[in-house]
Design a protein around this ligand. Structure first.
Ligand code: ZN
Ligand code: ZN
Length: 560
């Protein structure tokens, strides 16, 4: 008896049998436009041709596999609806965003906004997808600029667009605009603004937004807290990330994953692993991001055996198919541990076509282990896929320079010139008094202020007193004088940013630097010494990970 009752109220009980006379009951069996039109004829017979639910279902069939013909047909049906609602619009937007005419989703959206329909959570993903696939952010921006009094939802659409296209400055400036006109942001706004702070490494602004979150009660949203964890971790403040995580009353998979990732990127491999074990204990199911954090943790702390075990447990135990990023972590794991040949074989045997990035991971490892021969084989693989990436030439050429193989260096330089390949300049930024200052390597003498010049000079002298030896082997110009090589090293972007931070922030405060490439060995040793002689903590986020320099040591243990 009890069981029978339970069945009746269970959400999993089978849905009522469809009315066999309803035209819609035929839809699941429909395979072509011709059959769809027959069903449509049936709706006319049954006087359901103007029923919005029926039309929505028909449209949804067309947008599922949106060919040009099906989308045209869907649009005709859409035009028949006198007052379309957001559900049917979302269907259309989803279809267009996946079709080869994604711009139409945006055009339709501007009509929709004018007719007063309020977009919902399902609207923006399709629109953003449409913007992304048609690279139409500027298009989208024009739509936005035409709206006389944009509401917060419109702001959200465009702020999210900017945040997801890695244009955090634009996202933040629109956020300021929104506040200036006294519009109340929503959780969606804050998510995008926080991820923009994370991209920029703008910790002070991130903290301010955290305060805002607390005051206005947005901390009840699991997603907002998760994004806060991610923001703090990416801005270099692990303590804050931990405190947000610990204060959360509800934690879903994403929240746990964000924390595992935070520990991992900060070099606390064992903490990432014990957090994962705790996650298992409280029965939260890991997802692909959790494993990414876990593998990253193992790779950056040299836990090769554990890393391999976790990697294989993904599919064996959890049914998660590894993606390209997981493969990347495995290559990194093997490479860092010096198991370069194994890493090569691993990439070669992948079930999917390897990306240049995978090979590049191995290339950097060849460089740090001084393996010129393997590096040449690897670069051969990379050039088959993409030979336009300046960084690849630079890595191999640095490696050859260190091995004193100047003919190779000159050959590579000529190759770059012939192919018109340019080197990506190193760029580092440092936030001082809420302003982010950017420095580019090699700009050196021309663009640096006289104060910064003097400070650099003085600094290098002080560093030399405590044992700093500029690693001129990193400068790959055979014909340069030693002195010039030292000067070239001095104007690396991360050094400029650190010195600027030293000069312009109060003693004892932390200096936070973000770099677009990997930190170089020379800047890494200099930063360790600077942290010691000036008693400053320096937190440097490079393209790979965080380096916390304190008392002459780095959190990476020189393993990066
Ligand atoms: Zn450097
Ligand atoms: Zn380090």
């Amino acid at each position: 008896m009890a069981a029978a009752n339970a069945l009746q109220i269970s959400p999993f009980s089978s849905p009522p049998k469809p009315n066999t006379t309803s035209p819609l009951s035929l839809l699941p069996h429909c395979t072509s436009l011709r059959e769809l039109k027959q069903i449509q004829a049936f709706t006319i017979k049954t006087h359901l041709q103007n029923d919005i639910n029926v039309l929505t279902k028909l449209i949804s069939f067309c947008t599922l596999n949106p060919s040009a013909t099906l989308m045209d047909h869907a649009h005709q049906l859409f035009d028949q609806i006198p007052q379309p609602d957001i559900v049917v619009f979302n269907n259309m937007a989803r279809g267009y965003s996946r079709s080869n005419a994604p711009l139409r989703a945006i055009v339709l959206f501007s009509d929709i906004l004018c007719s007063g329909i309020i977009p919902d959570d399902y609207t923006f993903p399709s629109l953003l997808k449409a913007c992304a696939s048609s690279k139409a952010l500027q298009e989208a921006r024009r739509v936005f600029d035409k709206i006389v009094e944009p509401c917060v939802v419109c702001y959200n659409a465009i702020i999210t667009g900017y945040a997801r296209s890695s244009r955090p400055n634009e996202a933040l400036s629109l956020f300021r605009e929104l506040q200036a006109i006294n519009l109340m942001p929503t959780d969606v706004t804050l998510l995008s603004v926080l991820s923009s702070c994370a991209l920029l490494g703008a910790l002070d602004l991130g903290r301010w937004i955290h305060e805002y979150v607390k005051i206005h009660g947005f901390d009840k949203y699991v997603k907002v807290n998760t994004t806060l964890i991610d923001m703090y971790a990416k801005c270099g403040s692990l303590d804050d990330a931990v405190s947000v995580f610990e204060n959360m009353s509800v934690r879903d998979t994403q929240a746990w994953s964000a924390m595992v990732m935070a520990y991992a990127t900060h070099g606390h491999g064992s903490k990432a692993i014990s957090l994962f074990e705790e996650m298992k204990r409280v029965r939260v199911r890991p997802d692909e991001i959790t494993f990414l954090g876990l593998l990253y943790a193992c790779s950056h702390t040299g836990l090769v055996r554990e890393g391999c075990e976790y990697f294989y447990s993904m599919s064996d135990k959890y049914g998660i198919i590894p993606g390209i990023k997981h493969y990347g972590c495995m290559v990194d794991l093997l490479s860092r541990a010096g198991r370069l040949d194994e890493a090569y074989k691993f990439i070669d045997a992948l079930p999917i076509k390897p990306t240049p990035i995978l090979w590049r991971t191995l290339l950097s490892a060849c460089s740090s282990h001084g393996n010129v021969e393997l590096a040449k084989r690897v670069i051969g693989q990379i050039f088959e896929l993409d030979d336009s990436h300046g960084g690849d030439y630079v890595i191999l050429s640095n490696l050859c320079a260190r091995a004193g193989r100047w003919e190779d260096v000159n050959y590579l330089r000529k190759l770059m010139k012939d192919k018109g390949v340019v080197k990506v300049p190193g760029c580092s930024s440092v936030e001082v008094n809420n302003v982010v200052h950017e420095f580019f390597s090699g700009e050196g003498v021309q663009s640096v202020s006289a104060d910064l010049h003097r400070a650099l000079d003085k600094l290098v002298k002080e560093l030399k007193l405590v044992g700093y030896v500029p690693d001129i082997s990193l400068v790959c110009h055979a014909d340069m004088e030693v002195e010039d090589k030292e000067i070239a090293l001095r104007y690396h972007s991360e050094k400029l940013a650190i010195v600027f931070g030293l000069l312009n922030s109060p003693p004892g405060t932390k200096i936070r630097v973000v770099k677009n490439l990997r930190v170089c060995g020379d800047c890494h040793s200099a930063a360790k010494l600077i942290s010691m002689i000036f008693d400053r903590e320096i937190i440097l986020r490079d393209v790979q990970r965080f380096h916390h320099f304190k008392d002459g040591k780095c959190s990476c243990g020189d393993y990066w």
